[in-house]
Design a protein around this ligand. Sequence first.
Ligand code: S3P
Length: 167
Amino acid sequence: MGNVILIGFMGCGKSTVGLKLSYRLRKSVTDTDKEIEKAEQRSISDIFSTDGEAYFREKETECLRKLLKTSGNQIISTGGGLPMREENRKLLHQLGQVVYLRAKAETVYERLKYDTSRPLLQGEHPQEKIRSLMAQREQNYVEASDIIIDVDGKDFEQIISEIEKLI
Ligand code: S3P
C-alpha cells in the first residue's frame, strides 16, 4: 500500500489520527515534528525562539528527503505548515498517498485555545491568526493532497474508517 501521509492545519488531528490509523493498518507511524524535535534535542517552541521559523522550515524539508530514502510502508503525520513549500508538496506526492484532514477555523480554535506549544498561535487574537493563516494555506493543502476528509463534528473512528475506504 505504501506510505499514507496526513497533512492539515494545526489541531486538525493529524497526530492522533496517524497513531490510531497505524494500529488499525498495522503500520509504523512517524511524525515529522517529533522527528525534528528528536534530532534537535529541543522543542519546536525552542527551535522557533532560538533559530527562527526559516530554520525550522529547512528541517522539515530535510526530514521529508530523509523519509523518502528510508520509509516505504508507514503512516506519516506532518507539521501544519509543511505543505507550504512547493518543494515539500512535490516530496509529499513522491512519498505516497496524501490525505488532507480539513478542519474549520472554529474547530481548530476550540481544540487549541489553551495550547501553548504552537508558536504561531501565541499572543493576542488567536482566532484571527487561525482564520488568516488558514485562508493563506488552504490552496496549498488542496494542491498537496490526493484525498480530502472534512473532520468537523466527526470522531476519530469515523475519520479513520473514511480514510480506510479511500486509500
Ligand atoms: C506549524 C504546525 C505545528 C508545528 C509548528 C508549525 C504550522 O505542527 O510544525 O508549530 O506552521 O502550522 P502541528 O500541525 O502538528 O500542530
